[in-house]
Design a protein around this ligand. Structure first.
Ligand code: KG4
Ligand code: ZN
Length: 366
């Protein structure tokens, strides 16, 4: 079964092709450089850019994969959550393709697709405990199957990725700043008391990163040398790990980044550990721990989760860093898993913006 995946929920226009559970091709056009000029994604520009590149990107992608529209057994597309104007471009394109190919249309939940993505590279034993950490979401799920996800906890304000990007922005690091902060942190020494591990003094599984973001921004405001060191590195193109730490201000900057990284990694891991404990107390089976979304590419978060998994005697199944950020392969794979359960959507399927629930409106097809 050959399934095409289309992703246009934010600022990446991406395709993926999955055949019988195996990746056959992936293509992407990123808009990150354009939005970097504004320090964040501009929704109107994002949808226009998806509209501009989707058709030619698709033609080139299919030609390179040696496939044509009539080869497709299903067309999967991100239906939400995301920027509505951007989602609509991908959904309209997918509907037309599905109609033209006479293939079922499959609406994919972007967040679930992130968490299922690890299955493309190896086995993801289910049920699993899944941590989704992206630019817009910090969610903990109990994952029973490709379709059945129980939300256990979520961000009450800023998502972890948002906190990374905002702190990177006050440091004047390039946008999106998460991976730059991560790279600088690798050269730094952690001060565990520099920044708080937020919203742990409770017994729930929710997250709140706005306080940590503000604390970090205040610290940067008090210490202008941090921003100046970041500016120097940016001008030399050395924010992504190139070059060695050569001055005291640069070491201070690396230490600050390591300490910020630590606060996020520790908070995420402690709440994940708490979720694990609660699930086990409820006698629910857990066969693996997984994490996904752009922030799951973070090296310190990956190593903290590895330690937790080892302690809990669970396999940790993480997608490779390039499969953590938005991509078309994960949409194709989630579509393939749903197609295998003979599930699809009608052609009047709606796109669902961030903050709204995706309706349970799949129908039996195939
Ligand atoms: O999943 P994603 O590509 O898009 C959304 O659906 O939001 O996640 C993007 C987020 C951005 O906030 C970006 O800065 C962050 O993931 N990110 C990272 C790293 N790589 C990407 N954050 C921390 N460390 C990284 N290595
Ligand atoms: Zn995403």
């Amino acid at each position: 079964m050959l399934v095409l995946g289309i992703e246009t929920s934010c600022d990446e226009t991406a395709f993926g092709l999955v055949e019988d559970g195996k990746l056959r091709g992936a293509g992407m056009a990123s808009q990150a450089d354009m939005h970097a000029l504004f320090g964040g994604v501009v929704p109107e520009l994002a949808s226009r850019e998806h509209y501009r590149v989707l058709g030619p990107l698709f033609d080139g992608f299919m030609a390179q994969a040696g496939k044509c529209v009539s080869d497709l057994d299903a067309v999967a597309v991100t239906r939400g959550p995301g920027l509505l104007g951007s989602l609509l471009v991908g959904v309209a394109f997918a509907k037309a393709l599905a109609f033209g190919a006479g293939a079922p249309l499959i609406g994919v939940d972007h967040l679930k697709a992130h968490l299922l993505a690890a299955g493309l590279e190896g086995e993801l034993p289910l049920p699993a405990l899944g941590l989704l950490v992206s630019g817009g979401h910090t969610h903990l799920y109990y994952i029973r199957s490709a379709r059945e996800f129980k939300l256990l906890g979520r961000s009450l304000d800023d998502a972890a990725g948002e906190a990374f990007d905002k702190v990177a922005k006050v440091l004047t690091l390039p946008y999106p700043g998460g991976r730059h902060l991560d790279a600088l942190a690798r050269r730094g020494k952690i001060d565990e008391r520099l920044l708080p591990c937020p919203y742990l003094d409770n017994d729930n599984l929710d997250f709140s990163f706005s306080g940590l973001k503000t604390a970090a921004a205040c610290l940067v405001a008090e210490r202008p040398a941090l921003r100046e060191a970041a500016r120097q590195l940016r001008l030399r193109g050395e924010t992504e790990g190139a070059g060695a730490t050569s001055s005291a201000p640069q070491q201070d900057l690396a230490d600050f980044c390591a300490s910020f990284n630590y606060s996020v990694a520790r908070t995420l891991t402690l709440k994940t550990a708490r979720a694990l404990k609660k699930l086990r107390e409820d006698n629910l089976e857990i066969r693996s721990l997984t994490a996904a979304g752009g922030v799951a590419a973070n090296s310190m978060i990956r190593s903290h989760l590895a330690a937790l998994a080892q302690e809990a005697h669970l396999p940790l199944v993480l997608p490779s860093p390039q499969l953590c950020t938005d991509n078309g392969a994960m949409i194709a794979y989630a579509g393939y898993l749903l197609a295998r359960e003979k599930l699809a959507n009608r052609l009047d399927m709606t796109a669902v913006p961030r903050g709204s629930y995706i309706p349970e409106d799949m129908i039996t097809a195939f």
